[in-house]
Design a protein around this ligand. Structure first.
Ligand SMILES: [Zn+2]
Ligand SMILES: [Zn+2]
Length: 403
């Protein structure tokens, strides 16, 4: 009983593993038809369009915010100028205050000097006179009291008294001026504080707008990267579609021979002349020979190199035109007049690298480059085009035997 149920279990397990293996071994692209892939591409494209609409509207919002920000920056520049002017005035007033202070100090020193001379004279009077008023006067500490007392003193010389009074008046004037200066300074400080408050408010506004701009930019950035991801997905789906085309056009390598020309590269034909597949849509002016990167490409006949391009670095599958009008790195060889009197020129395109240079004489079978996927190419292949008397022809009509 126990053994039997284990057997059933293990059969189920191996069945499950078999089914799983069958599924995992199947390539993803084969699970979808070309029209399914095309529908998915269309869906992605419409999502991209919707995203682009949002991106454009975000760009608009960002520009508006940027304009606001610019206006605030201009105001901030003005305010900063106002503060500079304010500071200049404050410095002027401070200089006046300092000058006044120095003058007051000097005047006070003059008063002290006059007072000293006055006291000396009083002392001389005192020596010869026992006037009690003079004694009182000399004992006075406070200057105001001293003046008051001196007014009472008949012995004080009117000239000295007048001199001191003048100096005191001058000091009083200076002190009044100083009070005015202090008021001016306070006013300027008040103005400056008001401007600084304005400046702070502007800075705050500026920060708020910057935060909005950053937020808008990050929304825009994520939409843009979403669209880039969709681009990659679309490219992948096109590559999958091309792969389906290749798979349906037959398996292994087929080389053609027997005609007037040598077959240019070993590989399998992935698209014929005027192919109506999803990549070419009936506009194919040559034959595509799918082959691994680096496969040798040979001249189909003797000739002279007319033109080359060897500067496209984009050697990978893509569905966009990067270089050389879509041909990427290519070689054009003038194979000269055929026995029919017509001029034959061949195009060898999408090379990984070119092995010849313009004007070079070429022998039939000579290596002229290596298979790649430069230019508009979804995968490694040689695009082989043939012009007869300047017009594209189907190269296959010059190859008869299949080897
Ligand atoms: Zn390129
Ligand atoms: Zn082609």
């Amino acid at each position: 009983m126990k053994t039997r149920s284990f057997k059933i279990f293990s059969v189920l397990v191996s069945l499950f593993l078999l089914v799983t293996a069958a599924f995992t071994a199947t390539p993803v692209y084969a699970a979808k038809t070309k029209s399914q892939l095309q529908n998915e591409i269309n869906q992605l494209r419409s999502e991209q369009k919707a995203n682009q609409k949002k991106i454009n509207s975000l760009k608009n919002d960002i520009n508006k915010q940027q304009e606001l920000k610019d206006a605030i920056m201009q105001q901030m520049a003005l305010v900063s100028k106002e503060i500079d002017a304010c500071n200049r005035q404050i410095n002027e007033v401070n200089a006046k205050i300092a000058a006044n202070k120095a003058e007051i100090k000097q005047k006070n020193a003059e008063i002290e000097k006059t007072k000293l001379a006055f006291k000396k004279r009083l002392r001389a009077i005192y020596m010869s006179n026992t006037n009690s008023n003079v004694q009182v006067l000399l004992g006075a500490d406070d200057f105001a009291q001293f003046l008051e007392l001196s007014q009472l003193t008949a012995s004080v010389a009117a000239k000295d008294k007048k001199m001191i009074e003048e100096i005191v008046a001058a000091v009083k004037l200076l002190e009044e001026k100083q009070a005015e200066n202090n008021t001016l300074l306070e006013e300027q400080m008040t103005i400056k504080n008001t401007i600084i408050q304005k400046q702070n408010a502007l800075a705050e506004q500026n920060n708020e707008i910057q935060a909005i701009i950053s937020k808008l930019n990050s929304s825009k950035g994520s939409l843009e990267s979403a669209n880039q991801t969709k681009d990659a997905q679309i490219n992948q789906k096109y590559a999958d579609m091309a792969e389906i085309d290749r798979a349906s056009s037959g398996g292994g390598s087929i080389d053609y021979d027997g005609g007037p020309f040598l077959w240019p590269a070993s590989g399998r034909i992935s698209a014929y002349y005027k192919s109506n597949d999803s990549v070419h849509n009936g506009n194919h002016n040559g034959v595509d020979i799918a082959a691994p990167f680096g496969t040798k490409i040979m001249a189909i006949s003797d000739g002279v190199v007319k033109e080359i391009r060897n500067s496209c670095p984009h050697n990978y599958g893509k569905r966009s035109n990067c270089c050389g009008n879509g041909y990427g790195n290519y070689v054009i060889i003038d194979h000269g007049k055929g026995s029919d009197g017509k001029i034959y020129v061949a195009w060898y395109a999408h090379m990984q690298s070119v092995a010849v240079s313009p004007g070079q004489t070429i022998k039939r079978g000579q290596i002229i480059g290596y298979v790649g996927s430069t230019g508009f190419s979804t995968g490694a292949h040689l695009h082989f085009g043939l012009k007869v008397n300047g017009g594209w022809v189907d190269p296959m009509s010059y190859y008869t035997k299949v080897k």
